[in-house]
Design a protein around this ligand. Sequence first.
Ligand SMILES: Nc1ncnc2c1ncn2[C@@H]1O[C@H](COP(=O)(O)OP(=O)(O)OP(=O)(O)O)[C@@H](O)[C@H]1O
Ligand SMILES: [Mg+2]
Length: 296
Amino acid sequence: MATDVHRPVTRTSHRADTTARQADGTPPAPATVVRVDGLTRAFDGRAVIDRLHLDVRAGEFVALLGRSGCGKSTLLRILAGLDRDIEGTVLVPRRKAVAFQSPRLMPWKRVWRNVLLGLPGKPERAVAKRALEEVGLNHRAHAWPKTLSGGEAQRASLARALVREPDLLLLDEPFGALDALTRVKAQHLVDELWQRRGCAVLLVTHDVEEAVLLADRVLVMDEGVIAHEQRIGLPRPRDIADPRFAALRTGLLERLGVEAPATAATPGATATPAATATAAASATPAADTARSLPAA
Ligand SMILES: Nc1ncnc2c1ncn2[C@@H]1O[C@H](COP(=O)(O)OP(=O)(O)OP(=O)(O)O)[C@@H](O)[C@H]1O
Ligand SMILES: [Mg+2]
């Protein structure tokens, strides 16, 4: 039987919190927006998630890695409220949104209508337009989904998530189907949106490099639990040529059971296929440019 309590959260970003300090001068710890305790999800008697524990702070960017089939999407679906056949405690914000690897746009609705799909009341077209503008897709607001490129469709899907003003944004391999260049642009966009909106993000990815570029904290899921946690303390913008970046990537690849190549992250180096987490036998295209992301 599920204990699945959804609650609102106070919208505070851990980056915005620095003004309010405690007596000793340290910034207060941001609120927890996701609390998962003893979560178990079984299919046909097999526990895919087995007494899992997870906390996510307000405004935190968390990346989730793990081999194919380890239960990442299952966990995301539960957090999104799409699967309630669980045991344990799941506390998530009421305002949450999810974007999947495939953009899942309704082909018979124009892009702007897709963005508003499922919103309560009768939201105005301007609401969709604002979100589309944020993802740089306003000029395609009246297009049919089938006329969009893969990157455009993914941006439309992000706009649909943003109109929900989420406190928690759940992303399940949102860049998985994109070519390398479009993927890098989409990563920049998500980074920008996260910094602007200040919502917590949980990003499922097979790309270790993507995880280290974007996340405050990287989790590795295995055997139904969060088996490893790595804080990414690197300053932003992050640079894959930074030796500390390479060390974090190597450590995570090892956790995933992949041997990192010795040549990783020399200045100007291209990302290696191993770094893009073939670890979990995923077919994600390699992000092939040395890059950095905007500062927080
Ligand atoms: N509705 C379902 N019925 C039966 N088994 C399921 C169901 N949904 C997921 N599973 C099983 O649960 C396991 C975890 O699936 P899940 O989709 O969460 O994996 P994943 O970590 O997201 O994998 P990938 O990286 O390949 O996307 C798999 O073995 C899958 O077959
Ligand atoms: Mg999955």
